[in-house]
Design a binder for this molecule. Structure first.
Ligand code: ZN
Length: 237
């Protein structure tokens, strides 16, 4: 038996199989990414979405709202439901002042470890408290720790009606308490049009100081600060 010949034949068949199916495999991957999870808007308009996770905080969220108001900038707050229950004032104020409130679960678990039913409870409990306080149903969701799996994404987008939003550009890890200069320099030097920037409004005082530099200096460069939904609305323009 001529093994070399069979080997060559096997390789040829495998190659042919890949070539025939490659477009299908690649297309499937794109659909999965594009339809179920968002990291930025790549249409190159000079807009940025600032996002603040884990609040509302009893003091810090209000201070962030003051800075945003000073510079007429809009942002998105991915809130934890139980914090909304404890400290609702800043969420009510943020919503009234034109910021977006996103769902970040009720107790901040790693959703990739939850059952379908547990995930639904986390999302609905947070959704209900946001609706009770602001009168508006949240449209965007961010998974705690950025952790998720395919099943979670499908449940969130198909059954629960959310756009799942991660972030893009540099992650300054402000929860590790870098200096305000480190935060502002990293963001100002790395930002791109359409970026969704991850920050926190829970236990991160330096973030508030950094915003006083980040917002005016990027506005001077022609950037506009919009909510996540506003940023994504312009995706196909
Ligand atoms: Zn979080």
């Amino acid at each position: 038996m001529n093994y070399k010949k069979y080997f060559k034949k096997a390789i040829a068949i495998a190659l042919l199989f890949f070539l025939v199916n490659a477009p299908l495999i690649l297309a499937y991957k794109n659909i999965d990414d594009k339809d179920n999870i968002i990291k930025n808007n790549s249409n190159n308009s000079k807009e940025i979405a600032l996002t603040f996770d884990d609040g509302p905080h009893p003091k810090e969220t209000a201070k962030i709202l003051d800075v945003l108001k000073k510079y007429d900038a809009k942002a998105t707050f991915f809130v934890v439901g139980k914090h909304v229950k404890w400290y609702p004032d800043s969420v009510i104020r943020a919503s009234k002042e034109g910021h977006e409130i996103g769902n970040h679960t009720y107790t901040h678990p790693d959703i990739s470890t939850l059952s379908e039913e547990q995930l639904k409870t986390e999302i609905k409990d947070c959704e209900n408290i946001i609706m009770e306080k602001t009168g508006q149903k949240p449209k965007v969701f961010r998974p705690p720790f950025g952790n998720y799996n395919k099943r979670c994404l499908e449940e969130l987008s198909k059954d629960l009606g959310y756009t799942v939003v991660l972030w893009s550009g540099v992650d300054v890890r402000d929860w590790q308490n870098p200096s305000s200069n480190q935060i502002s320099n990293k963001i100002i030097n790395n930002v791109k049009p359409g970026d969704i920037i991850l920050l926190h409004d829970y236990g991160t005082e330096n973030t508030i100081k950094a915003l006083n530099t980040i917002i005016p200096s990027l506005q001077q460069k022609g950037y506009k600060f919009v909510t996540v939904s506003e940023l994504l609305d312009k995706k196909n323009r």
